[in-house]
Design a binder for this molecule. Sequence first.
Ligand SMILES: Nc1ncnc2c1ncn2[C@@H]1O[C@H](COP(=O)(O)OP(=O)(O)OP(=O)(O)O)[C@@H](O)[C@H]1O
Ligand SMILES: [Mg+2]
Length: 453
Amino acid sequence: MTDRKYILIIDDEENLRHMLSVMLARQGYQAETAADGAEGLRLVREKAYDFILCDIRMPEMDGKAFLALALEHGVSSPIIMMSAYGTVDIAVECMKLGAYDFISKPFKKDEIVMVLKKAEERERLKAENSRLREVAAGKNAFCDIISRNAVMEEIFDQIHKVSDLKTTVLILGESGTGKELVARAIHCIGNRSRKPFVAVNCGAIPENLLESELFGHVRGAFTDASGDKAGLFEQADGGTLFLDEIGEMPIALQVKLLRVIQEEEIRRVGAASSRKINVRVVSATSRDLEADVRGGRFREDLYFRLNVFLIQLPPLRERVEDIPLLVDHFLAKYAAAMERPLVRMLPEAMRSLMAYGWPGNIRELENAIERGMILCEGNIISRECLPTGISGGGAPSLASDENLSIKKAEDAIERDLIRKALAKTGGNRTQAAKILEISHRSLLYKLKEFGIE
Ligand SMILES: Nc1ncnc2c1ncn2[C@@H]1O[C@H](COP(=O)(O)OP(=O)(O)OP(=O)(O)O)[C@@H](O)[C@H]1O
Ligand SMILES: [Mg+2]
């Protein structure tokens, strides 16, 4: 496991080196040895150890000299001095120089293990603190978008390049991948940031209202139009209009939208004349727009007009390295929101989070953390505080003592995954096959085999 800690033991007494190595190996440490300070120094310059145990009285280079030189070379591993009778005052001097701790010889097994465990805990806290500080300082983040994934960093670059232009941007990505966050980032760092950012969810507004919502209307344009009203395009004048779920735009409105974007003027519903507008359009969808174009549900000309600059957000399962960063971010966010002290994620819980597939992406992760913080006791989130699907709590029950068939368990998992993929894609088998990473044909075969409709 990567949790294994490397220890360097520097002591001129061969017996002690041997005894310590054997004992620490039993405790799960990986120990290496050096017979004096000079040899120790050579080793620490080649390799990073988690801890260094160093005797004080040695021929050639003694412990104090080793400590001074190691610190000078920027060695940051905790160095624990081992002092024999008569060298305690030197050990104290070493502490002042920067040694982590000291232990008096002869020591008992428990003593040395305890000193090491204490050092380990302190190192862990130090690492966690600096990670949290990085998160707080916005390192690994771009306009609140947290990531250190290479594809995401390229996207940050694209956002930079396109932000000051009026180019229409299309953002694609599965649900919860941060499409709206990216749209806001484009607006916020661009030259329109002082003007409004107006977001509209095209799927959430009834079809008959969407047109007047977008373009406005004049009094008497329809029964309920008691006065003139500016539409969202006008409200966003000078700024950015974010058309979310653009794939849900009714086909009749698509023509009108295309005209507005091309001519840069709008006509309120029922108005005789049109007015100029200056709006940057950013749109987003989690649907497969190209498939919608092929299927005649989305106009090709509008698709090309919106898709001048494409940003394709990767799903969370393709940027697993972001999970720890995001977890820290959300832990800090909800600790602040709930006015609670910082909550810690147990390693076992973290492993479950890393192993899970996240069909709902970052939003699902955020919800899981918020829920975990509510359920957890004593400021520690254990695996039990995570939703069952994530903690893997559902899987073991597949194999009861009576039924140890791997085939049956695999079938159950497959069936479950296929159901989820179909639910997520609204029954679209081509997309579901893609998510499942199997061919379309084998999906059809499995649907038949499992009797899934
Ligand atoms: N990289 C990220 N760093 C921090 N928070 C993120 C990141 N990506 C997404 N989030 C958060 O996750 C949630 C979902 O993001 P957002 O609403 O932008 O996703 P979306 O792609 O628009 O989802 P949907 O398709 O469901 O509308 C938000 O609360 C957002 O702040
Ligand atoms: Mg969204």
